[in-house]
Design a protein around this ligand. Sequence first.
Ligand code: R5P
Length: 293
Amino acid sequence: MLVVGGSASEDLAKNISDELDCEFISVEKKRFPDGEIYVKIPGEVEGEDVVVVQSTYYPPNQNYMELFLTLDAASDLGADKVTAVIPYFAYARQDKRFEPGEAVSRVTVSKLIESAGADEVFTLELHSTEIGEIKDLFEIPAHNLTAAPTLAKFIERNFDLVDPVVMAPDEGAKEWAEMAGDSIGADWDYMVKEREGPEDIDITPRELSVDGRDVLVIDDIISTGGTMSEAVSIIRENGARKVYAACTHPVLTGEAPDNIEEAGAEEVISTDTIESEASKVSVAPVFAEAIRE
Ligand code: R5P
């Protein structure tokens, strides 16, 4: 087996190869003056199981093009099997046609990944997709993994948690709160919004009290930080002792980390699907374990 690291995920790809105890090659990439890119896999891939690791965070179009070129090169050069590891899967949010005439980008990129030569796909916390097999998008085996237990275990190991509760900032994130809570033997809950008047919205933990307890708020993604800041501040108002904000994908635009800390979080902790200041937890073991299986 051979791990090929794309330019958006070199460190993570190297860590995955270390976990799998196999050779690592970094893709050679150049950019032409007209904006086109050149990609080369500088090593022997014929007859190998090749794992291409490339996140498709900013700039998504370029990162996807590099992924397509690398998958196709690996397949065309005679790899036995080509596996695409896409830690952050861009274009996943447009998952249906909301208005006539719209492109359903999540379906389009899935077709392109498959036709570029991927025989199997692994991603993490794919937008609004249940953890497990992704049967509706790909004909090839495709897996949506989770980093929720890994994040929770990291926080449990590194902070002296008092009577911890794992909290999802909304109902959509409760699957991760449940998995994270179960992995460290902690209670879990999610926050609910109740409208008591046109401008009177009450957001509270659904049933558990957070008073005097340490709370880990977990979501798949923090983008502007609005959702997380609101959740953190309400949890603090409800008497929580310390609050930790965790997510898989640290998009973290603008002042998101500062705003979350100002809302009352001790720290923002994320994985390395996107490289950021908050990337304190590597998902290399999550991908390596799934690939090994
Ligand atoms: C929503 O579906 C997601 O799970 C996140 O809660 C959301 O994308 C976070 O966005 P923001 O940080 O901009 O509030």
